[in-house]
Design a protein around this ligand. Structure first.
Ligand code: SAM
Length: 335
């Protein structure tokens, strides 16, 4: 009997997902072969066995970002409870401002049609993806570079394929707010340092971007509320509705829900859209919101490994890189 099959699978899957971090991919493959470390991980609640959480906790307690696997192994097996306590106390709430580059075309299109937007993010973490209007963007397209945004603003870069409707102006954001089970206060230095630790070791560009995103959010703090996206969203939508066209957005959140809850959230969002309460911009793994591919997946073939689907009002539009580095728009799907 394979006592650690589930954990081993999780680490093997993460090795593929983290292909652009040789350190994390290497650690994950080594963990999957290491019965003693698998046993140590097996003592954690299943939800706390997440590779990124365990690695961040190890780094939090002194492991060098690109340490050899032997160092990670030693640190975990010699743990006196300190690393375990960090794993239990904290969560992977990676907040990735780079995703704004892939969300922007849809947000700008809604603002162009409906006027200033009131942006509500569910699963907002520290609220770092609530300021699409405070960044500059550099899109690399087959036809050349497209830039927009104010001179001097921090820049997000994104490679584009397909007929992306790149905007020529930023959306006006009249109001911004977010909902999270555990909203993070990025004015707190300890929280900011934890968010930095969650960024994969070799991704120095993302760490620099994160520091800029924290500056942006500290200059204009969004309204963040503690709550569950399944039960606590409506009051925030009422509040947002007083300020502009309400847009609900989310990235990398729905994977945290149980499957029936994913479906219930999908249904609830379609109802809100049908009632005219809001527009709905989702940027999630195709595995967790499978219905956004309905009617298109045959034509598109198998979803590319590790890519999200960008969708508006439940209709898929493009594959996006999980950290916003690129997007590939599908043919013949009007936004
Ligand atoms: C990986 S982070 C993504 C943060 C942000 N959306 C981004 O793209 O950078 C996922 C966030 O979803 C939150 N979350 C998970 N389940 C939730 C729920 N049921 N209701 C509200 N927030 C939730 C977590 O607390 C975490 O902050």
């Amino acid at each position: 009997m394979d006592l650690f099959g589930g954990t081993r699978e999780t680490y093997l899957a993460f090795a593929d997902q983290a292909a652009d971090s040789p350190t994390l991919a290497g650690w994950s493959r080594a963990v999957a072969e290491d019965e003693e470390v698998l046993a140590w991980l097996g003592e954690l609640p299943v939800l706390k066995q997440q590779p990124n959480l365990v690695y961040a906790a190890a780094r939090w307690h002194g492991l060098a970002p690109t340490a050899a696997y032997a160092d990670l192994r030693r640190l975990l097996l010699a743990d006196d409870g300190t690393v375990r306590a960090t794993i239990l106390a904290r969560a992977t709430q990676t907040n990735e401002a780079g995703r704004l580059a892939t969300l922007l075309p849809v947000l700008a299109r809604i603002a162009a049609e409906d006027g200033p937007i009131a942006l509500v993010e569910v699963g907002a973490s520290g609220g770092l993806t609530l300021h699409p209007d405070r960044w500059a963007y550099r899109y690399a397209t087959p036809a050349g570079e497209v830039r927009l945004g104010a001179p001097g603003a921090p820049v997000l870069e994104c490679a584009v394929e397909g007929p992306a409707p790149l905007p020529d102006r930023l959306p006006e954001v009249a109001w911004r707010g977010g909902l999270d089970l555990n909203p993070l206060d990025v004015t707190d230095d300890d929280t900011a340092r934890w968010l930095e630790t969650l960024v994969w070791p070799e991704h120095e560009d993302r760490r620099v971007q994160l520091r800029r995103a924290i500056e942006v959010a500290r200059a204009d703090p969004p309204h963040l509320v503690r709550g569950d996206l399944l039960t606590d969203l409506d009051p925030l939508l009422d509040e947002a509705g007083r300020h502009g066209r309400v847009v609900v957005q989310h990235s990398a959140v729905i994977a945290y829900l149980e499957e029936p809850d994913r479906e219930a959230f999908h249904d609830a969002m379609l109802e809100r859209v049908a009632a005219g309460t809001c527009r709905w911009v989702s940027n999630e793994s195709p595995r967790v919101l499978p219905r956004v591919l309905a009617g298109t997946v045959g034509a598109l073939g198998t979803p590319p490994v590790g890519r999200f689907v960008l969708a508006l009002d439940g209709r898929g539009l493009a594959w996006t890189h999980g950290h916003g580095r690129s997007m590939s728009w599908w043919d013949d799907v009007p936004v």
